[in-house]
Design a protein around this ligand. Structure first.
Ligand SMILES: [Zn+2]
Length: 443
């Protein structure tokens, strides 16, 4: 039967019990829209009765009428497509009950083919709203949400154990609320996402889900410099060392250096022509001031607008000479960055314990205070190879999902979507973090 084989191939149907006849495709109307109906028959010789399991010998199970069901199918061509399957009914003499022929393309009592389910899952890997997925797959939003929820159930966190190395972070979601998330820092697997980040909620979560034994297994936890986490970590994870994410240390220093530059630059923004020039230079070359000392070139000459033909090092030192405060802050900034880059804990302690020059800006002084407070955790930063790169990458992706998939009033749906997204797209996290770091560090 050439018709059946060809149509099966077109529709990717492997079930040999489905047959198509000539002229089985018609254009019709459904829910007020033009659509394509494809008629087919499903019949076979059952080996046994599905109700009582009696082997089908000597026609104990016999054919008894048909039942037609309309099944939503992925679009073939430009019209929404429905399979009209004429399913064989069977009656069993042994138990007197009847049943309908089954096919792997659609679940029992279901009117949406498994192909659509697969399509929905496939689409959900992209950053796309439920509404758009529903439109593309020709089903309702409720159906899309149901498929995602069912699939999400399978990848729900199971609270059997905790890994040795974890990473904590938080992110904003609907109406400015904060969610808390923890991951396995080595594999990047999301372990769970909680709808609140306050310490009472998070503490309760860990206490109720994990035994002391499981919590004792945790060796390190990487966090950013958010004090609210630090307070409950020793209580919950007696053996865990806290690691401050390296990126956040650098970012803290970066910000205070930049604020210093802006403050000095704004003082120069007056009617004095010479000051105006300095102002414009400091404004234009803000990245140069933040650049790590060992990346600055002192040998190659380039043309710099507002300066002329100079080396990079020369324009930086010229700008630093505008104000002793800028120079003092810059020197201290560079020496701390160098100590952090070199993982030199002794040197960092030495710098932090020295009395600060009065010329150093209050911005940097405040940052130093923060570093002093977290010194023991920063020591761990230098010892362990872990950072918050993966979790930050995950959060960037979540923010995008949040923007596109607005309308997640239900946190559990939102969480499902996130978990599903990362399950279907492994390896997408590390990259976006790197981009982020480059932006701040101003290569
Ligand atoms: Zn039976």
């Amino acid at each position: 039967m050439p018709t059946t084989n060809d149509i099966r191939n077109i529709l990717d149907i492997q079930d040999k019990h489905i047959t198509f006849l000539d002229n089985c495709v018609t254009i019709g109307d459904f829910k007020g829209k033009s659509c394509k109906f494809i008629d087919c028959t499903l019949t076979y010789h059952p080996e046994s009765c599905v109700n009582c399991d009696v082997p089908n010998e000597k026609f104990i199970v016999f054919k008894n009428g048909t039942q037609t069901s309309r099944v939503t199918y992925p679009m073939a061509g430009i019209y929404p497509t429905y399979l009209r399957i004429k399913k064989q009914r069977y009656l069993c003499k042994n138990c007197g009950k009847s049943f309908t022929a089954k096919t792997p393309i659609v679940k029992r009592n279901c009117f949406i083919s498994n192909y659509i389910n697969a399509q929905i899952l496939d689409q959900s890997r992209n950053v796309q709203s439920v509404k758009d997925i529903a439109k593309d797959t020709n089903v309702s939003e409720a159906t899309v949400q149901r498929v995602l929820t069912n699939e999400g159930e399978c990848i729900r966190p199971h609270y059997h154990s905790l890994p040795e190395h974890m990473s904590f972070d938080e992110f904003k979601y609907a109406s400015g609320r904060m969610a808390f998330e923890y991951i396995n820092v080595e594999t990047g697997d999301i372990l769970d996402i909680l709808p609140a980040k306050d310490s009472r909620y998070v503490t309760q979560h860990f206490l109720s889900r994990y035994s002391l034994n499981q919590r004792s297994n945790v060796q390190t936890i990487t966090i950013d410099m958010n004090a609210s986490y630090i307070s409950f970590i020793p209580k919950l994870f007696p053996n865990a060392k806290v690691i401050i994410d390296r990126f956040h240390i650098i970012q803290l220093l970066n910000r205070s250096m930049n604020k210093t530059r802006v403050a000095i630059m704004n003082q120069l923004n007056n009617s004095n022509g010479e000051n105006q020039k300095k102002y414009r230079r400091l404004k234009r070359y803000w990245k140069k001031i933040l650049k790590k000392a060992n990346n600055i070139s002192h040998t190659s000459y380039d043309y710099y607008r507002l300066f002329g033909q100079r080396t990079e090092g020369a324009i930086i030192s010229e700008m630093l000479d505008y104000d002793p405060k800028l120079k003092a802050t810059y020197d201290l900034y560079q020496s701390i960055i160098a100590a952090v880059e070199a993982n030199d804990y002794e040197r960092l302690c030495f710098i932090l314990n020295q009395p600060c020059s009065s010329d150093v800006s209050t911005y940097l002084k405040t940052s130093l205070k923060t570093l002093r407070k977290h010194l023991s955790a920063i020591r761990n930063t230098f010892i362990y190879p872990y950072n918050n790169g993966r979790i930050e990458g995950i959060n960037n992706k979540i923010k995008v999902l949040n923007r596109v998939a607005y309308g997640y009033r239900n946190f559990s749906n939102y969480k499902n979507r996130i978990l599903l997204h990362f399950k279907l797209n492994p390896n997408t996290t590390q990259l976006s973090y790197k981009k982020n770091e480059e932006h701040v560090l101003a290569a």
